[in-house]
Unconditional design. Structure first.
Length: 295
């Protein structure tokens, strides 16, 4: 069944690929990005040319004004968002102490508060209809801490709890909140990673100063060597497509895409503990996949 799907961060990487693939599947896609008439004019034009099912809208998840303006534009075009894919994000790579508070705030503003803005933007209409799906693209770093990317992990850990919390609150309303956790996949995200401005402080760590760069190099090497297998971004696109096609009450909370570094087993263990917690508190029905919450 054709649905209207809003994707954030659609100018490059996973967002760009998802916009094309989902339009090819017959869905109406609202591909959002910053600087539609500026530096992202080329990908915006490419997406429009790819399919008449793709509408490109200017949206910066880090700005409430931008989100509000985009949603008004979408509504004015008579579009109703059935599925939101929270994909926009930034990566910071470096030693924690070397980042300024302002740099950390920017990363959280995009990766965490940006997702919070988007939930609030689409939920009123979804609640009125009693139907909807929100897919949040997280990362393995939302479950494990990879040295070199600890502040990115912090933002993704926050996102994981946020999206899971919404799952329990929205399930009774017929709205699903699920999480996709890509492993290292070949996109431009790592290449665009920001490093701390305080280079002197980084240098003061001596031999440790190069550790983030070495870890980044290891990930880059992995993605090159496994570009057509474990690091193929189309795995993520296909997993997202499958989640959209699944009926409410059957979607898993978390889906790992690609190499998992043990996260699938971690998720299985935590899922059991979480289920026991909900049961002990007498609120197991809040999980939309729990039989007690169906019917």
């Amino acid at each position: 069944m054709s649905q209207t799907i809003l994707i954030t961060g659609a100018s490059t990487g996973l967002g760009y690929l998802m916009a094309q693939a989902l339009a090819d599947d017959g869905h109406n896609v609202i591909a959002t990005m910053r600087n539609v008439t500026g530096r992202n004019a080329t990908p915006a034009a490419e997406l429009k040319a790819h399919s008449d099912k793709i509408t490109v809208v200017e949206l910066d998840v880090a700005s409430q004004d931008s989100v509000d303006t985009a949603m008004k534009q979408i509504s004015a075009q008579g579009l109703q968002v059935d599925v939101l894919i929270n994909n926009a994000g930034v990566v910071h790579s470096g030693l924690i102490e070397a980042f300024s508070i302002e740099e950390l705030q920017h990363e959280m503003n995009v990766n965490y508060f940006g997702i919070a803005r988007m939930f609030k933007a689409v939920l009123p209409d979804m609640r009125d209809r009693g139907d909807g799906l929100i897919i949040t693209i997280s990362s393995l770093t939302g479950r494990l801490v990879f040295p070199g990317f600890p502040t990115y992990s912090a933002s993704k850990f926050a996102v994981e709890a946020f999206a899971e919390g919404y799952r329990y609150e929205l399930g009774a309303l017929g709205i699903d909140s699920v999480i996709v956790e890509p492993g290292p996949v070949k996109t431009e995200l790592l290449e665009k990673s920001a490093t701390p401005a305080d280079e002197d402080l980084t240098a003061s760590y001596g031999p440790m100063a190069t550790m983030p760069t070495e870890v980044e190099g290891a990930f880059s090497g992995f993605m090159v060597e496994n570009a057509d297998t474990a690091a193929d971004p189309m795995q993520v696109v296909n997993d997202v497509s499958k989640l959209i096609a699944m009926p409410f009450g059957t979607r898993p909370l978390r889906t790992v895409s690609g190499a998992d570094f043990g996260v699938r087993a971690f998720n299985d263990a935590v899922e059991s503990i979480q289920a026991d917690l909900l049961e002990a508190l007498g609120i197991a029905h809040l999980d939309p996949n729990n039989d007690a919450g169906k019917g």
